[in-house]
Design a protein around this ligand. Structure first.
Ligand code: KIV
Length: 299
């Protein structure tokens, strides 16, 4: 789908006119092209790339170099969609300087147009500094996987009044600080609805119910291509590509073993006359043809 480049500001306008926002976490050039072509508004090069495509146990091991590498591929494939680079674990937590420098790297080296930062009040100074450096920031509250050890696992956040209040206050704070959008991950739909109504910027939900301003899913989950663990309840599979891919690979293996692939349909041919000349060639061909005057090659 062709169209005007989506900007961080455009997402805010979409909230104002009540148009739902779509975002997909994707990590490479061909899938970015497909996501973009389908008219998805934003592509997040999420640190979920650690689990989804690099085979890590969690997102904590993901490095700046890895996110930059995948961001560049996505940026090359996205013509219309806004490209958002995810700030990986320890790329911003230790200092304001780290935060600004690494956010800047995602823009300069990765080709991202905005960055996403997990966390609320604990990282407010870092988020503020990145915004002051002129880089649009998407916040991320609720289940923040970089805090997995502190949270005691991947579980729904803000289920009781006190916990919900903290997330609501953090969302209001991020809104005031000038983030352009907030991801709400794994929070009760009632809390997501209240936040969505109380903040000016769009909320993008994942496991946060239907009342957010937009929705995000990981591409591999949506396509039924994720490996390993069972998908969380909030994932809807729009296809079962794992099964299709597995069947195709088994077919390829069986056909090669049986000598069925490739048939001549998938092979290149030379002119018949040249083929016949080749067949009648003498047995010994001087290797001078290949630039070696001395040696001879036995057919
Ligand atoms: O890393 C990621 O893909 C994310 C989304 C799930 C929001 O943070």
């Amino acid at each position: 789908m062709e169209g005007k480049k989506v900007t961080a500001a455009a997402l805010k306008e979409m909230k104002n006119r009540g148009e739902k926002i779509t975002m997909i976490a994707a990590y490479d050039y061909p899938t970015a092209k497909m996501v973009d072509g389908a008219g998805i508004d934003a592509i997040l090069v999420g640190d979920s790339l650690g689990n989804v495509i690099l085979g890590y146990r969690d997102t904590l091991a993901v490095t700046m170099e890895e996110v930059i590498h995948h961001c560049r591929a996505v940026a090359r494939g996205a013509r219309r969609a806004l490209v958002i680079g995810d700030m990986p674990f320890l790329s911003y937590q230790a200092s304001v300087e780290d935060a600004v420098r690494n956010a800047g790297r995602l823009i300069k080296e990765g080709g991202a147009e905005a960055v996403k930062v997990e966390g609320g009040r604990g990282v407010a100074d870092k988020i503020r500094a990145i915004i002051q450096a002129g880089i649009p920031v998407m916040g991320h509250l609720g289940l923040t996987p970089q805090w997995v050890h502190q949270l005691g696992g991947y579980r729904v956040q803000g289920r009781d009044y006190a916990a919900a209040q903290v997330i609501l206050e953090d969302a209001k704070m991020l809104d005031k600080m000038g983030v352009f959008s907030i991801v709400l991950e794994c929070v009760p739909w009632q809390l997501a609805k209240i936040i969505t109504e109380r903040v000016n910027v769009p909320t993008i939900g994942i496991g946060a119910g239907p009342y957010c301003d937009g929705q995000v899913l990981v591409l591999h989950d949506l396509l039924g291509m994720s490996v390993g663990e069972l998908a969380p309840k909030f994932v809807k599979r729009y296809a079962q590509l794992n099964e299709i891919i597995e069947k195709a690979l088994i077919n390829f293996r069986d056909e090669v073993k049986a000598g069925k692939f490739p048939s001549l349909e998938h092979a290149y041919a030379m002119k018949d006359e040249d083929f016949r000349r080749l067949l009648t060639l003498e047995k010994r061909i001087p290797l001078s043809r290949w630039g070696d005057d001395e040696a001879e090659f036995n057919l």
